[in-house]
Design a protein around this ligand. Structure first.
Ligand code: NAI
Ligand code: MG
Length: 499
C-alpha cells in the first residue's frame, strides 16, 4: 500500500475525507473488503497516490447483492409509500447541495477536472437529478385499457420496480453518473449495488455516507469499490440481480451483455460515441467556433457525447478551423484545483497513453495537427487540446472513440442534406450530434436525418434531468433520465378481471 499525500489546496472537509480510512457500504454498514485488500487512488495532476480504498471481489459483491435482495424482498423499503421514497431522495439532494464545495473539490482531485466545472456542472446536476426523480416517485402509473373481448372485463397495468439492480459506472463524471443511475432506481423502488469506477471512487464513497445520513433503509443502496473484472463482472453475472445498468466502453458493454445471459437479467447500456458537430456556412460562426471547441474540449474530451468529428462546410472551413485551433491553443491546461485552469489532466496513466497513442497514430497515417498534438507538461496526465486535419474516413482517429481532447476536422461541400447526414452517420456509434446553422429548416431536417439519441442545434453538451439521454446503434440500449428511464427500471404487469 502506497502512502497518501494530500494537496494543500483542498478545504478542510475535503482533505479530511480524502485522508480518512475508506470503506464500502454494504447492508447499511461501512466495511472493508473481505480479503482486506485495498488499491490506490491517484491525483491525475501529479500521478501521486492520494488514498487507498477497499478492493471488492466476488465475495463482497455477493454480500452486497444479498443485502440488496433482502432490502427489496423483506425490508422497510418495499412497504414505504411513494411519497416517503420521494422525501428520502429530496433529502439526499439537500445534503449533497449543502456539501457542494466539498464534493466539487473531491471530484477535481480524483478525476482531474477543473474544480469550477465540478462546482457549476457535476454537483448541481447531480442535485437536480435527485430532485427531479424525487418528483417522479408519486407519478409512476399504469393505465386502464379497454380490451375487445366479448364479455365485460376490467384491465389495467401496474408498473412495478424491476428489483435488485447492479450498476457499474465510469470515471468521467463520477458523482453525476452515480446520480443518473441511483436516481431512477430509487424513484421506482428498486434496490441497488453500485460499483464505482476504480479510477474515481471518492465522491461515490462520500455519497454513500450521505445516503446513510438521509435515512435510506439498510441494504437499499450498497456501494462497492473495485476493478472491472474483480467486482464488475461478478455483479453483472450474479443470479440474484434482476437488472444491470452499465456506462462505459462499448467493448465492456458487450461483455456485460454476455454476463447477463445467465439469468436473462434486464440490461441497459450507455456506451461510447463519435459524435459529429456539423457547421453550415450560414451559422453564427462566432458561436459555432466556441461551441464546437467546447463540444470536444469540455471535461478534457472525456465525454461519451464529445463532438469529436467536426464537419465544416468548405465555404467557412478555414475560418472555423482557424477559430477552433486558436481556442485550443489558448486553453489554460493545469491542475484541476488551480482556479485559473480551464482544462485538467486526463483521468489516468492508462487514458493518457491511450489518447497520446491515438494522436501518434493519426499523425503517422498522414493527419496534421492544426493545434496541439503533444503531451502538456512533464508530469501528470496532461494532453494538449488537439485539432487534427487531413484525416481520411478510414483512419482510426476518425473511426474510434478517443475519449480525450482530440477533434478531427473534416470539410464537406455538399448542399444535399442526405449526403451530409450519411457522412455524419458513418460510424458504429449514435449517441449525439450538433448542428450549427441559422436556417431552422436545415436544422430540423438534419435532426431528423441523424441517427443518434440526442441532437443539439446551435449548442452541444446541454443536459437536463428531464431530457432522455442514450444511444442508437452501438452507443447503447435504453435511456438515462427523463420519464424514459423509468421504463428501464420497471416491469409492466397487466391485470385483467372478468366482471
Ligand atoms: P471500461 O468500460 O473498462 O470501464 C467502465 C466501468 O466498467 C468501470 O467501472 C470498470 O471497472 C467496469 N468494468 C470494466 N471491465 C468490466 C467487466 N469485464 N465487467 C464488468 N464491469 C467492468 O472503460 P475504461 O477502461 O475506463 O475506458 C476505456 C474506454 O472506454 C475509454 O477510452 C472510452 O473510450 C470508453 N469510456 C466510455 C465512457 C462513456 O461514458 N460512455 C466512460 C468511460 C470510458
Ligand atoms: Mg477498461
Amino acid at each position: 500500500m502506497a502512502t497518501a499525500s494530500i494537496d494543500t489546496r483542498l478545504n478542510e472537509k475535503a482533505a479530511d475525507f480524502v485522508t480518512h480510512k475508506h470503506r464500502m457500504l454494504i447492508g447499511g454498514k461501512f466495511v472493508n473488503a473481505a480479503s482486506g485488500k485495498t488499491f490506490s487512488v491517484y491525483d491525475p495532476a501529479t500521478g501521486e497516490v492520494i488514498a487507498n480504498v477497499p478492493e471488492a471481489e466476488a465475495v463482497d459483491v455477493n454480500a452486497a447483492v444479498h443485502a440488496a435482495r433482502k432490502a427489496f424482498d423483506e425490508g422497510a423499503w418495499p412497504r414505504m409509500t411513494a411519497s416517503q421514497r420521494g422525501r428520502l431522495l429530496w433529502k439526499l439532494a439537500d445534503l449533497l447541495e449543502a456539501n457542494l464545495e466539498e464534493f466539487a473539490q473531491l471530484e477535481s482531485i480524483d478525476n482531474g477536472k477543473p474544480v469550477a466545472v465540478a462546482r457549476a456542472a457535476d454537483v448541481p446536476l447531480a442535485v437536480d437529478l435527485f430532485r427531479y426523480m424525487a418528483g417522479w416517485t408519486t407519478k409512476i402509473t399504469g393505465s386502464t385499457i379497454p380490451i375487445s373481448m366479448p364479455t365485460e372485463y376490467l384491465s389495467y397495468t401496474l408498473r412495478e420496480p424491476v428489483g435488485v439492480v447492479g450498476q457499474i459506472i465510469p470515471w468521467n463524471f463520477p458523482l453525476l453518473m452515480a446520480a443518473w443511475k441511483l436516481g431512477p432506481a430509487l424513484a421506482t423502488g428498486c434496490t441497488v449495488v453500485l460499483k464505482l469506477a476504480e479510477q474515481t471512487p471518492l465522491t461515490g464513497l462520500r455519497l454513500a455516507e450521505l445516503i446513510n445520513e438521509a435515512g435510506f433503509p439498510e441494504g437499499v443502496v450498497n456501494v462497492l469499490t473495485g476493478f472491472g473484472e474483480g467486482a464488475g463482472a461478478p455483479l453483472a453475472a450474479h443470479d440474484l440481480v434482476d437488472k444491470v445498468a452499465f456506462t462505459g466502453s462499448t467493448e465492456v458493454g458487450k461483455l456485460i451483455l454476455k454476463a447477463a445471459a445467465g439469468n436473462l437479467k434486464k440490461v441497459t447500456l450507455e456506451l461510447g460515441g463519435k459524435s459529429p458537430s456539423i457547421v453550415f456556412p450560414d451559422a453564427d460562426l462566432k458561436r459555432a467556433i466556441s461551441g464546437t471547441a467546447s463540444a470536444i474540449f469540455f471535461n478534457q474530451g472525456q465525454c461519451c457525447c464529445a463532438g469529436s468529428r467536426l464537419f465544416i462546410h468548405e465555404k467557412v472551413f478555414d475560418e472555423v478551423l482557424g477559430g477552433v485551433s486558436a481556442i485550443a491553443g489558448k486553453i489554460r491546461v493545469g491542475s484541476g484545483l488551480d482556479p485559473q485552469t480551464q482544462m485538467g489532466p486526463l483521468v489516468s496513466d492508462e487514458q493518457f497513453r491511450r489518447v497520446t497513442g491515438y494522436i501518434e497514430s493519426g499523425l503517422k497515417e498522414g493527419a496534421k495537427a492544426a493545434a496541439g498534438g503533444k503531451r502538456a507538461g512533464d508530469r501528470g496526465y496532461f494532453v494538449q487540446p488537439t485539432v487534427l486535419v487531413g484525416t481520411t474516413p478510414e483512419m482510426q482517429v476518425v473511426r474510434e472513440e478517443i475519449f480525450g481532447p482530440v477533434v478531427c476536422a473534416q470539410r464537406f461541400s455538399d448542399e444535399d442534406l442526405d449526403k451530409i447526414a450519411r457522412q455524419a452517420n458513418d460510424t458504429i456509434y449514435g449517441l449525439a450530434a450538433s448542428v450549427w446553422t441559422s436556417n431552422l429548416s436545415v436544422a430540423h431536417k438534419m435532426a431528423w436525418r441523424i441517427k443518434s439519441g440526442t441532437v443539439w442545434i446551435n449548442c452541444h453538451n446541454v443536459f437536463d434531468a428531464a431530457l432522455p439521454f442514450g444511444g442508437f446503434k452501438q452507443s447503447g440500449w435504453g435511456r438515462e433520465m427523463g420519464a424514459e428511464v423509468l421504463n428501464n427500471y420497471t416491469e409492466v404487469k397487466a391485470v385483467t378481471t372478468a366482471l
